[in-house]
Design a protein. Structure first.
Length: 280
């Protein structure tokens, strides 16, 4: 009888764990980045950790706008913008508005490897790696009972018609009744601002990603957060034989938020803030 053969080792290395990952480490002397375990093992979005790791690996002066990050990552503007906001709330990312030569206001971006006021060294009584302490419920901070979901019957019928017609342009935009009821108020604001239904449909369906990484309603809600006042100027009936043009996405020089405009510059909120400070 032939002897059985196997490529497996006869015995595990001394001291190696019997389950879980076993690291094979290589000592790096160049082209490496030091990252704290607090960031690498941060609970939440993997996109946020990936964006933070990429930014830490870049040299000073490298652009980290939403447009620049979207050119590097496969994720779209929504997930990248969400990751930057999460890093800003956590204290890793900081944007400072400073007055430069000639009195011009500019925004400088700083990224910390460890948030200010945090100790990068693990405490002796900290939880084991990958294990988070169980949250203690606080009766005083208990969430209020949720209101019953809105119904499309209570929404503006014109807004409901616009949202229901999106699936005829892109079959992936098949919305549920709850999604329509949630998005209808924002569409109604666009209609009240004088934007034509055809232009709203074009704005919501233009240049959608090949793979929708999130629910379609989430992408539509993000696009509807843009103020409709800017769209009124281009919401006039097109001339015969012409096609409506969708303005490209720009990154605001002030807050680095994505907005649509013909040329680079500042978003409406930053321009309003500059006018307010000038008036004071």
């Amino acid at each position: 009888m032939a002897e059985s053969q196997s490529n497996a080792r006869l015995r595990a290395d001394a001291g190696a764990p019997t389950s879980g990952v076993i690291h094979i480490r290589t000592r790096l002397t160049a082209d490496f980045t030091v990252i704290s375990n607090a960031l690498a093992q941060r609970r939440g979005s993997a996109v946020t950790i990936g964006v933070a790791t990429y930014i830490l690996s870049l040299p000073d002066g490298s652009p980290i706008s939403i447009a620049a990050l979207c050119e590097h990552f496969e994720e779209g503007e929504i997930l990248i913008s969400r990751a930057l906001r999460e890093l800003e709330r956590a204290g890793y990312l900081e944007r400072r508005r400073e007055r430069g030569p000639g009195g011009h206001i500019r925004t400088r971006t700083f990224f910390r490897s460890v948030p200010e006021g945090c100790d990068a060294r693990p405490s002796k009584d900290s939880e084991p790696s990958g294990v988070a302490p169980a949250p203690v419920p606080d009766p005083a901070s208990a969430p209020a009972p949720e209101a019953p979901p809105a119904s499309p019957a209570d929404a503006d019928p014109r807004a409901v018609a616009v949202l229901a017609s999106l699936r005829h342009v892109d079959s992936r935009l098949l919305l549920s009744g709850q999604d329509v009821a949630r998005l209808a108020p924002a569409v109604a604001q666009w209609l009240a601002a004088g934007v034509l239904p055809t232009h709203i449909t074009e704005h919501l369906t233009a240049r959608l990603p090949d793979r929708l990484l999130a629910r379609p309603a989430g992408i539509l809600a993000f696009r509807l957060t843009e103020t409709p006042v800017r769209v009124v100027n281009r919401a006039l009936p097109p001339e015969p034989g012409s096609r409506a043009v969708t303005l490209p996405l720009q990154t605001c020089d002030g807050c680095e938020r994505a907005f649509r405009a013909g040329t680079p510059g500042r978003c409406r909120d930053c321009r309003s803030g500059d006018r307010f400070r000038a008036a004071c």
